[in-house]
Ligand binder design. Sequence first.
Ligand code: TYD
Length: 137
Amino acid sequence: MRDTKVTDCYIIELKKIEGQDARGSLSVIEKNVIPFESKRVYYLYDVPSDAKRGGHAHKELYQFLIPLCGSFDVVLNDGYSKKTFTLNKPNKGLLICPGIWRELENFSSGAVCLVLASEVYDESDYIRDFMAFKKCK
Ligand code: TYD
């Protein structure tokens, strides 16, 4: 398990292109904006306000979470320290390193969480047992 800390996870602000003529905003994620090449994109939606997503860590996977719509909290835990990020701006995403336990909660109505991932889906990369996670850190 990677010896990463919650302090290795951070917000990346995306360029926001705003028209001069009230046509709305546009943000871009292109090469070198995030520190990995995305091999997978998925999104969470229709999440009830009392539901929790996540509840696991990854051994090697990097992820970048963007609140495309609405807001939610991401609680990170490296086995020693916890840190909560509230994501509520579509031009500010959270980079999560491997080896970090995460919970996503407090989803607002209609919230959509877009996730860019560094690898294709691989269940063997997950650690879904918190005590097993703590032992590895
Ligand atoms: P999971 O990663 O546990 O979701 P979350 O962290 O949001 O709570 O995945 C939920 C289910 O979806 C699980 O059965 C695996 C499946 N899944 C895929 O098939 N492909 C994927 O890319 C992802 C992220 C999940």
